[in-house]
Design a protein around this ligand. Sequence first.
Ligand code: GLY
Length: 389
Amino acid sequence: MVHARGIRLPSVAILGAGCVGLSIAWRLAAAGCSVDVFDSGEAGRGATHAAGGMLAACVESEPGEESLLPLTRASQALWPAFAAALEAATGLSVDLRTEGTMVIALTADDAAKVRFLHRFQTDLGLPVTWLSGAEVRRREPCLQPGVVGALYCAEDHQVDNRKLAVALLRAVRAAGGRVHERCPTPTLVLDDGRATGVQVGDVRVSADRVVLAAGAWSGMVAGLPPSARPPVRPIKGQMLCLRMDPAAPLLRHVVWTPGTYLIPRLDGRLLVGATTEERGFDSQLTAGGQLALLDGAWRALPGVAELPIEESWVGFRPGSRDDAPLLGETAIPGLILATGHHRNGILLTPVTADSVARLVLTGETDPLIRPFAPDRFATDHITAAGAAA
Ligand code: GLY
């Protein structure tokens, strides 16, 4: 496609129609590129559907994850404008809620851990404060009366990730992008070692750039040479959803308890998450997993005992070897990665969309994504092999 000013814009094929693939597609289609998105399932029904939608750049920061902060904080700052632009483009809200997030302590032991987290995050300059038990109860009267205190972050918000998927799909199509769902085995096409498109059955769609954004499935895409398979694996998470009365919700803030997190939606749903399990693509709900979630929820919020269970599900976070995303160009010319977002896929959607769109349109790598270049594991591999020799 040729831009109004005579610049030829690259055509783009995107493997994966989750929030990452769709948001990149939206940006590029809106810029005037010819965009085709391929998914073997329904758009937005993988990790995007399973997630909790927390935009928790601050309270989820733990020792060892400091290098991720510039990216997560940048994306967090982009979220309000991203949500507003999506709503303007589609007429659909993603229910961005801005009450903030608490990490509560129910015992003296919990309080020691949460106070450590508070000091750690304060030292990083994050906007977190300590709330007394009385203040926590004032803000959330249905929490267990013995709550000792809480870490609170006013900037850690939430969106409804399922609404996000619906809105992104509409935005891509409204901008002229094509989303091909339920494709049997979308296959990366290579010509002389260069990524040149995607083939589905007998149909080949040529593209100047191919973006691999297939989440936990990114290493399994057909046509990828074994040496180019991104080191991404599924990290299983079980969740469930309870139904509150929206007129009298038990909770308003996102609340992390010692064993679970609780996410109240505007429509009365109360999400309880999530297990973290290394079990490959095992999609079984287990009694132990569901028990752990319900027990953690009940200890913090006793009123959940009365709530109907609406839904339980399993999702697969795309985990990389260092739990950080893989963003940028690969050793295969024309192939760009946008995967491995692990626990932060929804949070990192706006910054991923902007930086990958910039890379496609200008060839420039946003300094924010440089630390997450896909080739960082190749260097590890050489170092490890050298050390072993
Ligand atoms: N970000 C929350 C989770 O992955 O469970």
